[in-house]
Design a protein around this ligand. Structure first.
Ligand code: DX5
Ligand code: ZN
Length: 226
C-alpha cells in the first residue's frame, strides 16, 4: 500500500497559537510540516525566516519541509541556507525559476556538503523538462498548483498534470525522488494528485482554522485512488 505524507503549511496557521496548531496536526497524524519562506521579491509576499523555524524545531520532531520562494543575491547559496539548516530544516526546496545556472550547480552540491535533503520547485507555467536532468540529485520535486505567494488560491488542474508525467519518468528510471504538490489542495484536488502518483500533499487553508482539521488531514493521508 502506498504511503502518503501530508505537510500542513504553517502559512495558514495562527501564529499566536502556533504551539496549539502544531499539537493538533501532530495528533492528527502529520509527519511533515511545510514552511513557506517568501522574500517580497521572487513572490509579492513576505513571511518568516530561521528564527521561527528554530522555535518550531524546539517543539517538534516532524520533518520540517522548507519551501523557499526567494531570489538569492550578492551572496552564496550556502550562506543563505546554512541558517535554515542550523535551525533544524529537514529538507530545503528552492525554485528552479529563481536560480541562475551557477546557483543551481552550487545548490545541488550542498545536498552532500550540508547533508540535507533538497528539492526543486516549479511554478505552474514551468515545464517539467527543466528538472529532468537533475532528478538523480534531488530528494523531491515540488509541483506548484497555484502561483506561489499566497495561501487560499484555487488549484490549477493543468499544472497538476506534471505529476503524472513525472511519476512515469521516475518509475521508468527507478528514482526514489518524492513528488510533492502545493497549492489549493483539498479532498477533491488531493484525490486528483493521488491518482496522478503524488507522494507529499501540502495543505494550508484547507486544514487550519477548521474544527474538523483532524478528519480533513486523515482524509488526505488515506490511501484512496479512483
Ligand atoms: C503558496 C505556498 C503554499 C500555501 C498553500 O505559495 O507555497 O504552501 O501555504 O496554501 P493553500 O493550501 O491554502 O493553497
Ligand atoms: Zn509552499
Amino acid at each position: 500500500m502506498k504511503k502518503y505524507f501530508v505537510a500542513p503549511s504553517v502559512l495558514s496557521a495562527n501564529y499566536l497559537a502556533l504551539k496549539d496548531d502544531l499539537t493538533a496536526i501532530t495528533r492528527a497524524g502529520a509527519e511533515w510540516i511545510h514552511f513557506d519562506v517568501m522574500d517580497g521579491d521572487f513572490v509579492p509576499n513576505l513571511t518568516f525566516g530561521p528564527k521561527i523555524l528554530a522555535d518550531i524545531r524546539s517543539e517538534s520532531n516532524l520533518h520540517l519541509d522548507c519551501h523557499l520562494m526567494v531570489k538569492i543575491k550578492n551572496r552564496s547559496v550556502e550562506s543563505y541556507l546554512v541558517p535554515f539548516v542550523k535551525a533544524g530544516a529537514s529538507s530545503i526546496t528552492l525554485h528552479y525559476e529563481a536560480l541562475t545556472p551557477e546557483q543551481l550547480t552550487e545548490f545541488l552540491a550542498l545536498r552532500t556538503k550540508l547533508k540535507i535533503k533538497i528539492g526543486l520547485a516549479l511554478k505552474p507555467a514551468t515545464p517539467l523538462i527543466v528538472v529532468l536532468p537533475y532528478l538523480a540529485q534531488l530528494d523531491l520535486v515540488l509541483i506548484m498548483t497555484v502561483e506561489p505567494g499566497f495561501g487560499g488560491q484555487k488549484f490549477l488542474p493543468a499544472a497538476a498534470k506534471k505529476i503524472k508525467e513525472l511519476r512515469g519518468y521516475l518509475d521508468q528510471h527507478q528514482y526514489p525522488t518524492l513528488i510533492e504538490v502545493d497549492g489549493g489542495i483539498n479532498e477533491q484536488t488531493g484525490l486528483i494528485c493521488k491518482n496522478y502518483g503524488v507522494d507529499v500533499l501540502v495543505a494550508g487553508s484547507y486544514l487550519f482554522d477548521h474544527p474538523d482539521l483532524a478528519e480533513r488531514l486523515q482524509g488526505l493521508l488515506a490511501n484512496e485512488t479512483n
